[in-house]
Ligand binder design. Structure first.
Ligand code: UD1
Ligand code: CA
Length: 455
């Protein structure tokens, strides 16, 4: 979704992802931790693109191979720059000097660990550049500003951003803070960034200094206000969970307003790419992993777990069902309690109702799969296919040893182990015949009792 066209103004987004915080206590770079299944930095890139940033520059740290290779999937068009020494945010932006030099109307500087930034806030900042500002700072208000740069205003104008460590006591009382996001006019970006020095308590090149530099040159600087949520930066796993919760809350609301019934919204978890059409119904405690599409009129019942699955109109899943990648439930198909389905098409109206595993299979329309049916699809080395024809009936507790096919209208007796294919309309028994011996139970009991007495 492109929110913003900005009458052809070009835009470069520079996403800083070089900082290697240690507070995540992780071998994974911070910006690759996920919210709704998508890396933090990918959320940031998505927001930039929605706000019309046609060019992306990603600044990674020394040896940022993991971020670099992750970017190949979430933003293959991004240009990657390396900041070899961590000398501050302005220094990091200048790692992308080559991209800035190409000349864009707008330059957006974003932090890779601020995943909830939304495209509207970015679009507003770009609008202020279009209106003539040289620097736009995205601020937010908080009762607890400790650690953030403070926006120092006077006479209704933004004069400077003061970092916590460099702020006076009076400045520290300011609750209007820097989110870290800045929009800079491309025409002035390099001259402003090149003017930044490192005479501060951390000895870093602060991006925030460009506010004072622009002011001194008589260039207009403005602050816009975003929500605290928009500005939430992730530094540890508690904040990661907080951001996840905020993201989920937004998505649930959006989903409901788009016409989906969530019976207990707080218990349903979506992935960044979950697609649910209007008039679907989702019962409590459902987890959507990546790649799920639920069509209008489908029902996902309580305690189900879905990933990489398609659920067509009128289909029903759960309660307590697990759909794994490659599941394709056609119209009015049913997968009931304690069933697992993987890489399988369940055609129209077919039923897999109880305690069943279906993997690497095709189930024909209207087939009925009895309780406890297992497709034995794996021999420890390779996977094999099971084909079940239209209107076939698989008796309860049957094992279908793949590769095997059950014909249209065929009938498999309960408890069968099927190792050979069954033709259309055939009846297959894959079990020993029952033998009943009258009165033999009594004799058996007496023998056992005698044996026990002699002990
Ligand atoms: C920064 C801002 C502060 C703002 C806060 C919001 C500056 C000087 N300060 O402070 O005003 O309130 O964010 O969260 O900009 N990075 C690099 N290379 C570096 C240094 C940083 O890539 O050399 C990246 C980090 O990965 C991170 C971002 O820049 O994504 C911010 O750096 P960080 O050190 O966390 O800045 P803060 O002190 O939090
Ligand atoms: Ca930070």
């Amino acid at each position: 979704m492109r929110l913003f066209q900005m009458n052809q103004r070009t835009c470069l987004s520079i996403i800083l992802a070089a900082g290697e915080g240690t507070r995540m206590k992780s071998t994974l770079p911070k910006v690759l931790h996920r919210i709704a299944g998508l890396p933090l930095v990918a959320h940031v890139a998505k927001a930039a693109q929605s706000a019309g940033a046609g060019n992306l520059a990603l600044v990674v740290g020394h040896g940022g191979e993991k971020v670099r290779s992750a970017a190949e999937s979430f933003a293959p068009e991004a240009e990657i720059f390396e900041q070899t020494e961590r000398l501050g945010t302005a220094h990091a932006v200048l790692a992308a000097r080559k991209a800035i030099e190409r000349g864009h109307d707008d330059v957006l500087v974003m932090f890779g660990d601020t995943p909830l930034i939304d495209a509207t806030a970015l679009a507003t900042a770009r609008q202020r550049l279009a209106d003539g500002a040289a620097v736009v700072v995205l601020g937010f208000r908080t009762e607890n500003p400790t650690g953030y740069g403070r926006l120092i205003e006077s006479g209704g104008k933004l004069r400077a951003i003061r970092e916590e460590k460099d702020a006076s006591e009076e400045e520290r009382r300011v609750t209007f803070c820097n989110s870290g996001l800045m929009a800079i006019s491309g025409r002035h970006a390099l001259e402003l960034l090149d003017g930044v020095g490192n005479a501060n308590s951390k000895g870093e090149y602060y991006l925030t200094d460009i506010v004072e530099i622009a002011g001194a040159r008589g260039l207009p600087v403005v602050a816009t206000e975003a929500s605290f949520e928009n500005a939430l930066g992730i530094n540890n796993r508690a904040e990661l969970a907080e951001a996840e919760a905020i993201w989920q809350k937004h998505r649930r609301r959006e989903t409901m307003l788009a016409g989906v019934t969530l019976v207990a919204p707080d218990t349903v978890f979506f992935s960044h790419d979950t697609l649910i059409e209007a008039d679907a119904l989702v019962e409590p405690n459902v987890w959507f992993g990546p790649g799920v599409h639920v069509a209008s009129g489908a029902t996902i019942r309580a305690f189900s777990h879905l990933e990489g699955a398609k659920v067509a109109s009128g289909a029903e899943v759960g309660p307590f069902a697990r759909l794994r990648p490659g599941t394709d439930l056609k119209e009015k198909a049913k997968v009931g309690n304690f069933c697992e389905v993987k890489k399988a098409v369940v055609e129209k109206g077919a039923k897999v109702n109880h305690l069943t595993y279906i993997g690497d299979a095709h189930i024909g329309a209207g087939a009925n799969i009895g309780a406890g049916t297992i497709t034995c699809n794996y021999d420890g080395y390779l996977k094999f296919l099971t084909e079940i024809g239209e209107g076939a009936f698989i008796g309860s507790n049957s094992s279908l040893v793949a590769p095997v096919s059950i014909g249209n209208g065929a009938y498999v007796a309960s408890g069968s182990v099927i190792t050979e294919s069954v033709p259309d309309d055939a009846l297959a028994f894959g079990r020993a015949r029952q033998k009943t011996l009258p009165e033999k139970a009594r004799a058996l009991r007496e023998r056992r009792a005698d044996a026990a007495k002699k002990k």
